[in-house]
Every structure is written in C-alpha cells, then in structure tokens.
Design a protein around this ligand. Structure first.
Ligand code: ATP
Ligand code: MG
Length: 401
C-alpha cells in the first residue's frame, strides 16, 4: 500500500537526534530503510519536547550487529536492538508484524516484514507515523497525521480486535487522551467501556506503570475522570464514588497517588496495601504513605521536623490539593504556610547545642535515659526553650545530676 507523505523538516540538534541521524544514514547507505517512529515523531509534529528516539528499519538484528560496532541485544527475538552511537543509546526495531495474540497480553510470535505492516501493528494512528530523516518527510500509512492535526485518538483497524490483542491499550488510550487533551474517538471509547473487565488480565506491574505515567503527565485529574467513566476505578481499585478533585494539575506522581487514594476514600493503610499489590517500590510507597498519614504537630519542634523531612514538598502539595475540598486540610495548609514563613522557610534541622560526647564528658552513661535526655534537649532547643549551648548545659546539670 502507498503511504501519504508529508514534507516536514525536523530540526535535529540534540546529541540524541544527531546520533539517531548518523545511525539511519549508515543503515540507508547499506541499502536498508530506516525511519524515526512512534512517540518521538508524534511529539515533534505537535511541537512538544520529544523523549527517546526509536528507529524502525528493514535490517534484522543480526544485520544490525554486523553493521555497528556497539550493539546491545535487548530483545533480539522480537527484533529489538540498541545501538550505542557517540555515547547515545538508540533503540532500533526491525519492521515486524505481531503473530497471533492468545492471552490479550503479548504476541505469540513475530514476523519481520515491511514498513506498512509495522505501522499497522501499532496501537493508535498518531503513534504509527514514520519520519524519513534523509528525505525529510512523514510517511503515513494510517491517517495518523490528519488525526494528530484534528486532535483525536484513533485505533488502527478495528477497535474490538486491537484492544483484545492487548488490553493494556485501553489504558494507553486514556493516558494519551489526558496527555494531549485529545478525545478518544467515540466508538473506540465505547469499546473500552464494554471491555473494561478484561484489564484484569493485564499484570499489576503494567497496570501500575500505565496509571503512574498518567499521574506523571500534565492532567492527572482528567485521567482519573476517564478511568472512572470507563469503569476502571471500580475494577482495579474497587472504588465507589470519586470525590471532587478540585483544581488539580500536574504534580509529583507520589502526590498524585495520595490525592487519588484520598478521593476514592482510601486511608493510608489501604493505599499502602494496594500499592504493594501493584508491586510498587518501597521508596514510592513510603512517600505516598508520608503524604497520607496524619503527622503530630503539637509544637514548633514538630513543625521543624516536618519541614526538614525529605517528603515535605510532596506532603505540602497533597495538603494543598486536599484543602480545596476539605475544611480540616484547608486549616492545616494555612497553618503550615504561616509557620513555614514565620520560621524562615527552614529545610534543614539545626545542629544540637549539646552532643552525646559532651553529655558523656559530663558524666552521663549511654543508655535509654541518655537517649531520652538528648531528645529532650534537642526538642527544647527547637522550641526555643533553650537558647544557647550554655543554657542547655546548665539545664542538664540542674535536671539530671
Ligand atoms: P511515550 O512518549 O509515552 O514514550 P510512545 O508512543 O513513545 O509514548 P512507547 O510505549 O514508548 O510509547 O512505545 C513506542 C511505540 O511503540 C508507540 O508509539 C507505538 O507505536 C508502539 N507501541 C507501544 N506499546 C504498544 C502496544 N501495547 N500496542 C501496540 N503498539 C504499541
Ligand atoms: Mg516512547
């Protein structure tokens, strides 16, 4: 089939772009076809900053290995290789079509083929555009360029078939919709709604990665609304109602997860359990938990400890977003800001007036009581009850001897 071609010149200037250009030149000089493809081409046309460049080409993995000095066989059996060029790692995939899908997850087999079939195996029309860096043109087998200009997410081929090959594509459609603020073509969205149950065939890791990518994107709130409309919140999180999220735009993913859980009425314990089920890293779980768990805030020392916590910025953002709908959070947010300002925006705790060594020199023996004394002294210091080292030492002598 003949593609539509559109003359567009991408300015290739980053080290990655220059390396990708060199690689495609080498492939073409050796008689192969090589195009930039996927998200990079889509984002460039939209004038957005593009991430990694992927190259699709007619060379097989063995041929790629012969042609380039430094290659990594990341997925040779699927035709995926990495070429290291001028210190840049560029992924090269041999044009392929995917063999039968049996479990709605992964193709049973693949077959190397031409560019047309490679475009047809991809998910959405806007993700299947090729860019020829030599001819400086877009090669469009699927009407993706027009869909991009129109701003609509369209499935390549029949939506029922394409989603049933890989049900994760349902979440990908939602992610791209929220990322570009493009609607999903109505018929395709209906198919998503009626097939939502099948998302449970997809592994927890893949589901998490996809939703997390939505939460890293520009409009997590819109993504959550779409997830709800399609039925995924009930299926994946057993969520009933979704509280109004107020005005909530891009933020750290950990904050977004905390806001999300809050809006479906999860407490921190339930949220942690769910994140564990989704096989999320402990680092991330701890940050979400910190945002959601109540913090003791009795005195200045408590506030200073909170302000110096590594997750304070995420926590503050969570309280800010929650405060839009929730009176208690609003009061807490105002109090936090007022204290943060009046204490001079402290992000680190000050050094203790009296060290453990000094206490020992005074004759105190290490142990439980010793630890308690150190803590008491430090809290009193943070609370301005002890203003100098001398005052602190005097206090020790008076109280503990
Ligand atoms: P992003 O900017 O988020 O990386 P992307 O479009 O580059 O978006 P990737 O997941 O990096 O997405 O995949 C690269 C390309 O591979 C896609 O543009 C699409 O053509 C194809 N692709 C990825 N996942 C699927 C899938 N599940 N089904 C069909 N094609 C897919
Ligand atoms: Mg990509």
């Amino acid at each position: 089939m003949e593609p539509t071609t559109i003359n567009i010149e991408f300015e290739l200037s980053s080290p990655q772009e220059l390396a990708a250009e060199k690689i495609s030149d080498t492939l073409i000089q050796n008689g192969y076809t090589a195009y930039f493809v996927g998200g990079y081409v889509r984002d460039k046309i939209l004038g957005k900053s593009a991430k990694d460049i992927d190259i699709a080409c007619s060379a097989t993995p063995d041929e790629i290995e012969d042609l380039f000095d430094k290659t990594i066989a990341v997925g040779k059996s699927f035709g995926v290789m990495v070429v290291v060029q001028d210190g840049e790692m560029i992924e090269l995939a041999t044009f392929r079509k995917d063999g039968g899908y049996q479990d709605g997850r992964r193709p049973e087999s693949i077959e190397f083929c031409g560019a047309y079939e490679d475009a047809r195996r991809r998910d959405f029309t806007m993700n299947a555009l090729f860019y020829d860096p030599q001819k400086k043109e877009i090669i469009d087998y699927v009407g993706g360029h027009a869909d991009l200009l129109k701003g609509e997410i369209n499935v390549i081929g029949k939506a029922e078939e394409r989603f049933s090959e890989d049900y994760l594509r349902m979440l990908r459609a939602i992610r791209f919709s929220a990322r570009f603020n493009f609607p999903i073509e109505e018929g395709a969205f209906q198919v998503i709604c009626s097939n939502a149950d099948f998302i449970l065939k997809i592994s927890n890791e893949r589901i998490f990665n996809e939703i997390n990518a939505m939460f890293c994107g520009p409009d997590p709130k819109f993504a959550i609304q779409l997830l709800k409309d399609a039925g995924f919140l009930k299926l994946i999180f057993n969520a009933g109602d979704l509280a109004d999220l107020g005005s909530f735009s891009s933020c750290d993913p950990e904050t977004a997860w905390a806001v999300f859980f809050h809006s479906i009425d999860y407490n921190s314990e339930k949220a942690v359990e769910k994140l564990k089920e989704l096989k999320v890293s402990n680092i991330m779980i701890n940050a979400v938990k910190f945002c959601m768990e109540p913090v003791r805030l009795d005195d200045k020392a408590d506030y200073l400890h909170l302000f110096s916590h590594k997750h304070f910025a995420k926590y503050l953002d969570f309280i800010r977003i929650a405060s839009i709908k929730d009176k208690a959070s609003k009061e807490l947010f105002d109090e936090l800001l007022q204290r943060y300002r009046s204490y001079g925006f402290p992000r680190e705790l000050v050094k203790a007036f009296v060290s453990g060594d000094e206490l020992q020199e005074l004759g105190l023996q290490p142990g439980k009581e010793f630890g308690r004394i150190i803590k008491t002294l430090y809290r009193m210091q943070l609370n301005d009850e002890l203003k100098t080292k001398e005052e602190a030492l005097l206090f020790v002598k008076k109280e503990y001897f």
